[in-house]
Design a protein around this ligand. Structure first.
Ligand code: HT7
Ligand code: ZN
Length: 866
């Protein structure tokens, strides 16, 4: 397959000013009639229509039926040449949604029809210029059996509805121009929960969530999150909703989390359905974030969209930044920052260090679906976040206002986003743009020197970005370093650099812009503890050797919550390293620091839980150039046991203090309490049989899934085999009717370092609850195994790798997107210790040798083997 290059971008030859679609849904096939109004853009007279797996029944140009001689067909395209200034093109295609297992285009999930058109799914529905810079006004008619498909939905506002001869006909019209990737259609026997929202200008919007009948009691929270998102976007970004109706539909078979189709968001049911008995606090928080994310796309993505897919982060990075701001405002901002930085350091840094490393704005791809990555989304959001740090709250808002105003209704580039920020603030962001173009994780080396007599601190910073596939010799970036100096009393000292041009007082940000720069600070009366990159102010690796005592001090005193947590993580990483060398033992100072944290009742309990949680095995792995997952697992277990033993009385007391009864509420304070309570339970159970007994009791008496699932996890991790098996069996008996809960049951086992062996995974692949066609099931079993049960996935016999390669080969045929995403852990082979590394590479080669690979899998495997 051929790579697509950003440098080859050409504006479309024809616009489609109006798109009329008629869908006839029949058993076994669907007919799609389209009527397109075409208008020439420049001098080019050739129109390329994308199409994939379509049966063309008829094609008419300006009312005249065309024969095969009148057009050419290329690979997945139909080309009309010698066209004039404007035309009407009518086509009928036949498609087979029932046979569509790739879940792109129009497909069936359970008893319903639904679509997924981003990025290039629309071309599986009908021939069309399926590119984001072709924006059109859509009118959509849907015709289907009235009894089986009473609900027929598409984008925009409803226009008409009738039933004739047992068939329901519905017409929708979307007045906003949009690219085909935002098109959506749903048909099914669904129930709806309604609500209303009054916008800031006083318009009434009808809010509707459509679900299968058994799920109506799981829709309240998403609706609440939606209304809060709508209000927040008005207040924080001045963005008002623009249709009379906003709909969400829950679908069981879905490749990703959700999709922002104009006025008709389609959600993976796992990302929208929740009630206290079935959803954990983490699920509630995920739902809140994803509902917000999709809603925010209405402006950052739909009203202003991407010119081409190289600009994907224009909408995704910005929208993740926006949803992070929302979550931070709804919950604890520090905890949200810790979660985001953890994700970046574990998953995005790994991507940057692997064969698929790419810039936030890539310049080439084989399959665009492979580029819905943590780099595009999360690193993209961090880049926007750095702009926010540099411009400040007010400057950033001026920039976003200008961007939306200037580009409303357009398909634009990342450069135009940065330009709006520049123009609104009168700054030169030329150097900053490199963040979009250079791949790889920058490294910042820091040296500090304190001159007591002169009361002066010197800070020497050096930056470099390692080579990544296809990119060498990178230039210095503009790195915002949020800085604090902490005195011996634990209070922040005043920071006054001698280079005021490189300092922003409001945000306490130092602007580090050269390969090497030295900053000095006068009037520093005592040697401070230097708190660098507060609030994770840049997505970089920091090389700075804090002493152990400085880390303990920061863990207890840093006024920046993020760095407080980070200091604790650095201490823990050090303990784990010592354990691996057989030299770990707590010092009294370590114990005192941990005591202070666990007994700090003033602190947000969610924060305490994060401060006491050990870094995950993947986080530890990612902090090293090469790693041995089994050794990491053993060392981490040893430190966990020591922590649990040393503080067992504190954990017991903490658990008992926080284990209060009362109705479950998915509100931040209660979630925070539960998170610390359940962390304490887990440590207590690790240390003591009494703790396991408490978990057993909590498991059987819990009235909410957060507590039940936490207890189940604890029993699986720290109970004996019989206790774990019994709890799992009881859980399955209780929840086997609820597919989303069963997914959690699968994940607990498959991601477990106790149970997640290849043999057990193979057994679960045969279980009645497993289904290869459902991406959530595949992720719950194979994804959890390969990404969480690292000591088994990387077992010495290579069985884990073989299992993953078998799964990828199987899914390559039925669902290439999922196959390719699942592959990620194998692509990291160069970072593993030699034995493992070789076996991983052989499995990649085995996939390659399989032949007939999808573009998705081919791209990832071939780049990994380079
Ligand atoms: N913009 C949406 C992306 C998406 C997607 C991409 C490829 C294949 C399937 C997909 N489903 C959704 C999701 C989002 O970022 O909001
Ligand atoms: Zn998105």
């Amino acid at each position: 397959p051929k790579a697509i290059q950003l440098a080859d971008y050409r504006a479309p030859a024809y616009e489609v000013t109006d798109t009329h679609l008629r869908f006839e849904l029949h058993d076994g096939y669907t007919l799609v009639h389209s009527n397109l109004s075409l208008k020439q853009n420049g001098d080019e007279t050739e129109l390329l229509l994308n199409g994939q797996d379509l049966e063309l029944i008829s094609i008419k140009l300006d009312g005249k039926l065309l024969s095969e001689a009148d057009y050419t067909t290329a690979e997945e395209a139909l080309i009309l040449s010698g066209l004039g200034a404007s035309h009407t093109l009518e086509m009928t295609t036949r498609i087979y949604p029932e046979k569509n297992t790739a879940l792109e285009g129009l497909y069936r999930s359970g008893g319903m029809y639904c679509t997924q058109c981003e990025a290039e799914g629309f071309r599986r529905i009908t021939y069309y210029p399926d590119r984001p810079d072709v924006m059109s006004v859509f009118t959509t008619e849907i015709i289907a059996d009235a009894a089986r498909y009473p609900v027929l939905l598409s984008n925009g506002n409803p226009v008409s509805e009738k039933i004739e001869d047992g068939k329901k006909h519905v017409v929708w019209h979307d007045p906003h121009k949009k690219p085909a990737y935002l098109f959506a259609l749903v048909a099914g026997d669904l129930q709806v929960r309604d609500d209303h929202f009054t916008t800031c200008s006083g318009r009434e919007v009808l809010l509707r969530i459509f679900v299968e009948p058994q799920n109506v009691d799981k829709t309240e929270y998403a609706l609440d999150a939606l209304k809060r998102s709508m209000r927040w976007d008005e207040e924080v970004y001045g963005r008002e909703y623009d249709l009379d109706i906003f709909m969400i539909v829950a679908v069981d078979d879905f490749n990703m989390g959700a999709m922002e189709n104009k006025g008709l968001n389609i959600f993976n049911s796992s990302c929208v359905l929740a009630n206290p008995a079935t959803a954990t606090d983490a699920a509630y928080q995920r739902i809140e974030a994803i509902v917000a994310h999709e809603y925010f796309h209405n402006w950052s993505g739909n009203r202003v969209t991407c010119r081409d897919w190289f600009q994907l982060s224009l909408k995704e990075g910005f929208t993740v930044f926006r949803d992070a701001g929302f979550s931070a405002d709804m919950n604890s901002a520090t905890v949200k920052r810790i979660e985001d930085a953890t994700m970046l350091r574990t998953v995005q840094f790994a991507e940057d260090g692997g064969p698929m490393a790419h810039p936030v704005q890539p310049d080439s791809y084989i399959e665009i679906s492979n580029f819905y990555t943590v780099t595009i989304y999360e690193k993209g959001a961090e880049v926007v976040g750095m702009l926010h740090k540099i411009l400040g709250e007010e400057g950033f808002r001026k920039g976003s206002d200008l961007y939306f105003e200037r580009h409303d209704g357009q398909a634009v580039t990342i450069n135009e986003f940065v330009q709006a920020m520049e123009d609104a603030n009168d700054v030169d962001l030329t150097q900053f743009r490199l963040w979009y173009k250079q791949s790889g994780t920058p490294v910042v080396e820091v040296l500090t020197q304190y001159d007591h007599a002169a009361e002066r601190l010197t800070l020497n910073l050096r930056q470099y970005t390692p080579d990544t596939p296809g990119q060498t010799d990178k230039k210095p970036l503009w790195i915002p370093v949020q800085l604090g100096l902490i005195g011996h009393d634990g209070e922040d000292m005043e920071v006054r650099p001698d280079q005021p041009d490189f300092w922003t007082e409001d945000s306490q940000v130092l602007h580090f812009r050269e390969a090497e720069q030295t900053f000095s600070f006068g009037g520093v009366v005592e040697e401070p503890v230097v708190s660098l990159f507060r609030d994770f102010s840049a997505p970089v690796r920091i090389h700075y050797q804090h002493s152990q005592s400085a880390l303990r001090f920061m863990l207890q005193h840093d006024s920046d919550g993020f760095n407080r947590w980070d200091a604790g993580q650095q201490l823990m990483l050090h303990w784990i390293e010592l354990a691996e060398k057989g030299r770990f033992k707590f010092t009294q100072d370590d114990i005192d620091a941990l005591h202070t944290v666990i007994n700090d009742v003033e602190l947000d309990p969610a924060m305490v839980a994060y401060l006491l949680a050990l870094p995950s095995e993947s986080y530890i792995a990612e902090s090293r150039p090469q790693y041995d997952p089994v050794a990491i697992h053993k060392a981490r277990e040893q430190v966990m046991a020591a922590l649990a033993d040393t503080l067992s009385d504190d954990f017991k007391a903490c658990y008992q203090r926080l284990n209060v009864s009362g109705d479950y509420q998915p509100v931040p304070e209660d979630m925070a309490r539960r998170s610390l309570k359940n962390l304490a339970l887990s440590y207590w159970a690790k240390a003591d049989a009494e703790g396991v007994e408490a978990a057993r009791l909590q498991f059987s008496s819990a009235d909410n899934m957060t507590d039940q699932m936490a207890a189940l996890r604890t029993l699986v991790a720290h109970g004996n085999q019989a206790e774990a098996e019994q709890a799992l069996a009881e859980f399955y008996t209780q929840w086997q009717q609820d597919s989303l809960v069963v997914n959690q049951w699968l994940t607990v086992q498959c991601g477990s370092s106790k149970l997640g062996t290849p043999a057990h995974i193979r057994q679960l692949l045969e279980h009645e609850a497993f289904d290869w066609r459902n991406p959530n099931k595949v992720r719950s079993v194979i994804g959890a195994f390969a990404n969480q049960a690292l000591c088994h996935f990387h077992g010495a016999d290579g069985e884990g790798y073989k299992l993953l390669a078998d799964a990828v080969t199987r899914l390559n045929e039925s669902n290439p997107q999922i196959a390719s995403r699942l592959l990620t852990p194998l692509t990291r082979w160069k970072r593993l210790v030699p034995n493992q590394s070789q076996m991983m590479k052989s499995e990649l080669q085995r996939i390659m040798d399989h032949g007939s690979l999808s573009k998705d899998v081919y791209e990832v495997v071939s780049k990994s083997l380079m």
